[in-house]
Design a protein around this ligand. Structure first.
Ligand code: TZP
Ligand code: MG
Length: 214
């Protein structure tokens, strides 16, 4: 169980990655990213060349250990069974994944993040007991094959105007130069894949983003 104010703070610079996103060892990329100032990590082992089964679990365990060592929460994308096996801090689910209510039953009071693209989806996630919303894609992204069209920061402004108070992170195409606009629209934080995992030096990339957010 994490308090809402601690969750809001942890969502500030939210790093998402799996082995297909990395040009070097994911363990090193994560270590560097955390040293650069990342505040929360999501293990998203998806796409071409993604690990499965025991290999996925083994990498998840190693990345979880790195997060524990540095005192940042570790969240798993989609895979509720893995989240339960590893006893992670939480899970992130999309609109097409297992329904929120059944995920909540399985994982108790751990963190549940839900992807929401509209005010209506945001409302449903709030009513279903989500802990935070991932909203996007805000800007065009190359990191998700089936990504919807970019919506701009106005989707976040709209949610806030319509009374959505749950913590929000923007996602999709966020990097240096546009990170601040996501916060100004009403998000508590930004979540990024390529801006950190695709950078030559994940520590420098994370630190530069963090600086833009303060
Ligand atoms: N969901 C919406 S956009 C996206 C996901 C997982 C990918 C974000 O990656 P990037 O590289 O930060 O645009
Ligand atoms: Mg999903």
């Amino acid at each position: 169980m994490i308090e809402e104010k601690d969750l809001r703070a942890a969502l500030k610079l939210y790093f998402i990655m799996g082995s297909p996103n990395c040009q070097s060892r994911p363990q090193q990329v994560l270590e560097d990213a955390i040293n650069g100032g990342v505040t929360l990590f999501q293990f998203r082992e998806k796409g071409k060349g993604a690990l499965k089964g025991d290999e996925k679990k083994a990498l998840g365990e190693e990345l979880q250990w790195i997060c524990k060592n540095h005192g940042i929460p570790f969240i798993v994308n989609d895979d509720i069974d893995l989240a339960l096996e590893l006893d992670t801090d939480g899970v992130h689910i999309g609109q097409e994944d297992e329904p929120l209510e059944s995920v909540r039953e399985k994982i108790g009071n751990k963190i549940i993040g839900v992807s929401a693209h509209t005010v209506e989806e945001a409302r449903q996630a709030v009513n279903g007991g989500a802990d935070y919303l991932g909203v996007g894609p805000i800007f065009p992204t190359k990191s998700k094959e089936d990504a919807k069209a970019a919506q701009g920061t106005s989707v976040i402004t709209d949610m806030r105007k319509n009374g959505i108070r749950l913590p929000i992170v923007g996602i999709g195409g966020i990097g240096r130069g546009n990170a601040k606009s996501v916060i100004e629209a009403g998000a508590d934080g930004i979540s990024v894949i390529s801006a950190i995992a695709g950078a030559g030096d994940a520590a420098i990339a994370a630190a530069a983003l963090k600086k833009e957010l303060t």
